[in-house]
Design a protein around this ligand. Sequence first.
Ligand SMILES: [Ca+2]
Length: 482
Amino acid sequence: MNTVIMRPIALPLALVSAAMLSREPVRAGPPNLLFIVADDLGWADLACHGNDLHETPNLDRLAAEGVRFTDNYAASPVCSPTRASFLTGRFPARLRMTIWREAALERGKRKLLEPVCLDSLPLEETTLAEILRGAGYHCAHIGKWHLGRAEAYPQPHGFHENIGGTLWGAPQTFFYPFSGGQYFPDWRYVPDLEPGAPGEYLTDKLADAAIGVIERESRNGRPFFVNLWFHTVHTPIEGKPDLVKRYEAKIGPDSIRKNPHYAAMVHSLDENVGRVLAKLDELGIAGETIVAFTSDNGGFVNTCKLHPGLQVADNTPLRGGKGSCHEGGIRTPLIVRAPGVTPAGAECHEPVFSCDLMPTFLRLAGLDAGPPSPVDGVDLTPLLRDPAATLGREALYFHYPHYYPTTTPVGAIRMGEWKLLEYLGDGGPPELYRLTDDLGETRNLAGAEPDRRDAMLAKLRAWRESVGAQMPEPNPDFKSKK
Ligand SMILES: [Ca+2]
């Protein structure tokens, strides 16, 4: 692999007022990278995005110290594909990974047969960890992996160590020993978190593991990449009992959100992000550590087996949820604090997505992804320096040729203030929304703006061709119930 070493950009900013920056850079070497991903956390789940129930003071504070992207997207409305995009910078459609691992080989029995996808991230793909490792970073993966079977676990993809990552997309239970529950049909477990004790909570344990790695690596004099991918707030929806009580007491008749179990999970996520960030401060390395926080898809708006009848997330004011290419399925939080680069407390409204993170992290580290893999994302450091800047990118594209309780097979394109959805053979006609005055996607303007509709449809279809997107096919055995 040809890794191009470039000067780290976080350092020579003497002309920028220190008071304007989120943290002063401390040492003259490559910065550490702490990449925190929550699972299924919706855009509207954060207090700083207007949530009326959840308390997220630590994430809100991180946003106040860095740049919060209001129009960030996951490259896919479900888990594995977005995670693949984080590590490769490539469209899930190009990777042929458009659905979560466990369902990748299933074609279904609906009106359309879903394409057979890859269930493991190919080792031929160049990952963020491989490039950082080649540049001298220590690379640790902690928590949910969900990018393939054992031969595609974190180590073969460039990580020195893996704590807790497996093929599965969720634990059996969030309480020690994190296995043995009845929620999933197979026997699941989360390795490497022994010893433990009854009552211990997975989100705490993963943060403990991250803190342990950060403490150890901060003494080793080499930069670290800690890839902390929490399992929370995915099902099974299990909060700590005291926090569930706290939110039960807080929910009133006028509350938009009414799930105390889910609120408790969000609370524990935030608390543990706070613990890890506090450790950076305590060790004196916050000024030399890039912190990024995001989620892999939108909030899950269906019910969960443990609490029948109780909707898990509520993505209000966004429409839809996980699985859907409406905003509730793909718009996710993104907060970046890059010492010496990001101003404090800034908002950026430029549309960005999960493929952008790999090239951005590499640029912040003074590296360039280079060949052999073409990268579909772009470097966001111009926005990190100046959140009012624009990228000049024409569009973002999404491809989900699968079913989910929130959708039939669908694609989407976001261009400026406009968004178009196209159903792929089972669903209604195209939908066109002007997000700047209709964030909730309630007024379909496809009929009123036929030229814009057709131009965006043409772009979306041309993009699918260009990346070799797999399409669903008519199911000859499908019998309509009508
Ligand atoms: Ca997910």
